[in-house]
Design a protein around this ligand. Structure first.
Ligand SMILES: Nc1nc2c(c(=O)[nH]1)N[C@H]1C(S)=C(S)[C@@H](COP(=O)(O)O)O[C@H]1N2
Ligand SMILES: [Mo]
Length: 436
């Protein structure tokens, strides 16, 4: 589960921001002559591409959702059960309770994996679903209405890959800006449960892009979700979408159709989603349908308005959200009750978007920091389990703290740096417990 070095989102976004300011952003019109020229070449190229690819037939069952037909037929924003022992609901989202990970293995079981929905979970039929690639960065499919298409079974026949990757919402931990720093930020009030690690299986986006006729001119790849369009403040911003630079798209990005050994469930992107290892959760577009591949830079509200760092501590126009920050969580309920008079084994996990965790320290009192014991098998992976022994000196209220440092040397400060939209909380969280 090692993570190969991949293009840094920060560099990409900064380049895009400069191009944007310089007025190089794509305008919507398509050159008619180019369209006709490329359109003629498309059919031949698509046919040739399909012949080239070795076909490994699989007999895996198709995960057809039993729910009602049509994207908006189900009024509930989240389809799976949200038992109070596993989740804290937050509007159309649900965060995992960290005590739900106590006694679990490395990955988060799908029944307790957090859900982040801008609108509602759609119920899509894998049999009629299509991945539709188009754009000026493809040979022969310049426009949205004449895409290169792949069906679910087409993807299943392509070479499969499996990766263990972490998905975390950029706003995870936002609640603590208000609770610990008296600096509230608008948006979903995540505790630390907007994160999860799963085993994802699918086909590399690179494989599909090459089959679709990717050219050397391609710059950005923008997947779009098939969930309802996102309306905020009375403005329809269209489908959830965010561009990726082509270098990242060709690196380690997966078009996933399985999560933890099962076909993707409705809430997590059935039939197919992107998994973009190391990048903030919004990059991993669920229910992907159209994919624009462009020879010029692409922009969406999800990389210009949202998921940027705004505020006095950041450049005018905002800074990119690069890899996720360092965080640590105890596998304990908030206000957990722990038994007095004996030794308690505290368990937790730490993670960082910038690289594997190198060390973790735990405090149970006034700055009595001591090293936690790391689970050796997790070294180098997307998160790190750890344990620490504690003998509570007396009954009463205690505050537990954990702080991690990743291999790049990034750690967790006592106070996270402010940004207006409350992303990237990396402060040390004060976790209250009662010893009885
Ligand atoms: N189409 C679509 N994709 C989406 C979203 C969405 O609302 N619509 N939410 C994004 C965000 S903000 C996050 S954090 C992850 C969450 O993935 P999960 O719900 O499987 O945990 O999905 C991303 N992909
Ligand atoms: Mo997110």
């Amino acid at each position: 589960m090692s993570r190969s070095p991949s293009p840094q989102e920060a560099g990409h976004d900064d380049r895009r921001a400069r191009q944007w300011l310089a007025g190089q952003a794509r305008c919507t019109g398509t050159d008619r002559e180019e369209l006709l020229h490329l359109g003629a070449a498309m059919a031949a190229l698509t046919a040739a591409a399909q012949e080239r690819e070795p076909v490994a037939v699989t007999t895996a069952p198709v995960g057809v959702d039993p729910g009602p037909a049509g994207p908006d037929a189900d009024a509930r924003p989240i389809a799976k059960p949200l038992p109070a022992a596993l989740f804290r609901p937050l509007d159309s989202n649900a965060e995992m309770r960290w005590e739900a990970m106590a006694g679990q293995g490395y990955v988060v079981p799908t029944d307790r994996f957090f859900v982040r929905n801008h609108t509602v979970t759609p119920h899509l039929d894998a049999e009629t679903w299509r991945l539709r690639l188009f754009g000026t960065g493809l040979r022969g499919a310049p426009t949205r209405d004449a895409p290169v298409e792949f069906g679910y079974h087409d993807l299943r026949r392509l070479p499969a890959e499996e990766t263990t990757a972490l998905v975390e919402c950029a706003g995870n931990g936002r609640r603590f800006f208000a609770e610990q720093q008296d600096d509230p930020a608008p948006g979903v009030a995540w505790g630390l449960g907007g994160v999860g690690v799963a085993r994802w299986r699918g086909v590399r986006l690179a494989t599909v892009l090459r089959l679709a006729g990717l050219t050397d001119a391609a710059v950005d790849v923008q997947p779009e979700g098939l969930d309802p369009e996102y309306v905020t403040g009375g403005v329809n911003l269209g489908r959830v979408r965010r561009p990726l630079p082509v270098a990242k798209a060709l690196d380690d990005v997966l078009l996933a159709y399985e999560m933890n050994g099962e076909p993707l469930s409705a809430d997590h992107g059935h039939p197919v989603r992107l998994v973009v290892p190391g990048w903030i959760g919004i990059s991993s577009i669920k229910w992907v349908g159209p994919v624009e591949v462009s020879a010029t830079a692409l922009f969406s509200p999800w990389n210009t308005r949202f998921y940027r760092l705004f505020g006095p501590d950041h450049p005018a126009g905002g800074a990119t959200l690069a890899a996720q920050s360092v965080k640590s969580a105890f596998e304990l309920a908030w206000d957990a009750r722990l038994p007095a008079g004996g030794e308690v084994l505290l368990r937790g996990r730490s993670w960082s978007g910038a690289g594997p965790i190198d060390r973790v320290e735990v405090s149970t009192g006034d700055d009595d920091w001591r090293p936690a014991e790391l689970v050796a098998a997790d070294r180098g992976g997307p998160w790190q389990r750890w344990t620490a022994r504690w003998r509570p000196p007396a009954p009463g209220r205690w505050t537990l703290r954990a702080r991690a440092t990743d291999v790049t040397g990034a750690g967790q400060p006592d106070r996270a740096v402010h940004n207006d939209l409350g992303y990237r909380f990396d402060g040390v969280v004060r976790h209250p417990v009662t010893v009885i």
